[in-house]
Design a protein around this ligand. Structure first.
Ligand code: SAM
Length: 343
């Protein structure tokens, strides 16, 4: 059997379609909402090289997942372009039977020099993170002194390499960069690139998340739509994380990822593989399943496939939905609660 002939579904009838592969736990940025310097500073113990999955191991696992129904791969991390020769990995993954789409999420710092090789190797799409057009705000957020202009150059290089339209992710945090929403929207209108606003999420205990720092997607859409009227678009594919809108004047498309206020657990077909080979069935799952140990102990493809299938068929995760219900019962403040509910 090369690709999945057996439909695999979890306890909520969700198939396994996407695999997000983290290729390193390192990043040059210290975004305050993601890898804050207080925690990921000099003393932080990143994974030693031998604990990272090799390209051969990643490709073997991709083949196992493709055999269970995965069609889309996304390389992420840390910062995926910090891994040496990412184009070689893309070429290896592109040759896996059943894989139809390979995408990459990056901070853009190393993208300009690598975009052409990545595209030639088989990368189909790229998402670049950019939280403001204002250097002061952006540098305070990335906490690495990285300027906006370099990210814009990376986006242009990706487009020139054939990776257009580029998706641009902006995490919106109240009181930090909400003033950057309209300038970013203005900048990317009529460019063909798709700006996506992401609600600031609680990513564990590391970023000091507070509900009143979440700008709800509904508020973002009404802000942008108040300036340039928008209308909703149908999802481009089942299980899509972003709700899509288009400008009525033909200025292009935007999206909102409302993981906090409108969780999309029901349509979630994504599994996540961490850089050390741990499989997580949800972004918010506290515990994962070690695949590297099995790989390195000599497990056969069949044994790996059965192991992953057993994990997926037991999957019942609905962390975001549960959390949304739990948080909406907690009165953080009247204003926050109302805005959270979209009022
Ligand atoms: N280093 C790459 C980058 O910057 O895109 C890839 C990894 S990064 C973790 C992937 C995406 O997650 C980025 O678009 C980032 O902005 C987003 N992200 C990280 N922490 C987040 C949070 N607390 N809430 C919402 N989105 C977050």
């Amino acid at each position: 059997m090369t690709v999945a002939e057996v439909p695999l579904a979890d306890t909520l009838a969700r198939p396994l379609r996407d695999l997000r592969i983290s290729v390193t736990d390192r990043c040059q940025f210290r975004c305050t909402y993601c890898m804050p310097r207080e925690i990921f500073g000099r003393g932080f113990a990143f994974l030693p090289r031998e604990q990272l999955l090799t390209f051969e191991e990643l490709t073997r696992l991709a083949r196992v997942f493709a055999g269970l129904g995965v069609r889309k791969l996304r390389l992420t991390s840390g910062e995926p372009l910090l891994r040496r020769d990412p184009d070689k990995l893309v070429a290896m993954l592109a040759a896996v039977d059943g894989v139809q789409d390979i995408a990459l999420t990056t901070n853009g710092a190393l993208l300009a020099g690598k975009a052409a090789a990545l595209a030639a190797a088989g990368l189909r799409r790229v998402t670049v993170s950019l939280d403001s057009l204002d250097d002061e705000v952006f540098m305070a957020l990335n906490d690495a002194g990285f300027p906006v202009a370099r990210v814009l150059e990376a986006i242009a290089a990706a487009a020139a390499a054939g990776l257009a339209p580029v998706k641009v992710n902006m995490v919106v945090r109240r009181g930090v960069n909400e003033q950057s929403i309209l300038p970013l929207a203005a900048h990317f209108r009529h460019t063909g690139h798709v700006l996506r606003f992401i609600e600031y999420m609680d990513v564990g205990t590391t970023n000091g998340w507070r509900l009143d720092e979440v700008v709800p997607a509904a508020e973002i859409i009404s802000l942008v739509g108040g300036q340039w009227p928008v209308e909703p678009l149908a999802p481009a594919c089942p299980g899509e994380v972003a709700a899509r809108y288009r400008y009525r004047d033909g200025g292009g498309e935007i999206g909102v990822i409302a993981s906090v206020t409108q969780p999309f657990c029901r349509g979630c077909t994504r599994a996540r593989l961490s850089a050390d080979g741990t499989l997580y069935t949800c972004l918010f799952a506290g515990a994962g399943h070690d695949l590297r140990g099995l790989l390195r102990a000599g497990a056969s493809d069949q044994a790996l496939r059965e192991h992953v299938a057993a994990i997926w068929t037991r999957r019942a995760d609905r962390y975001s939905e549960r959390r949304t219900r739990q948080v909406s019962r907690t009165k953080v403040s009247r204003k926050a609660e109302m805005s959270y509910l979209g009022g």
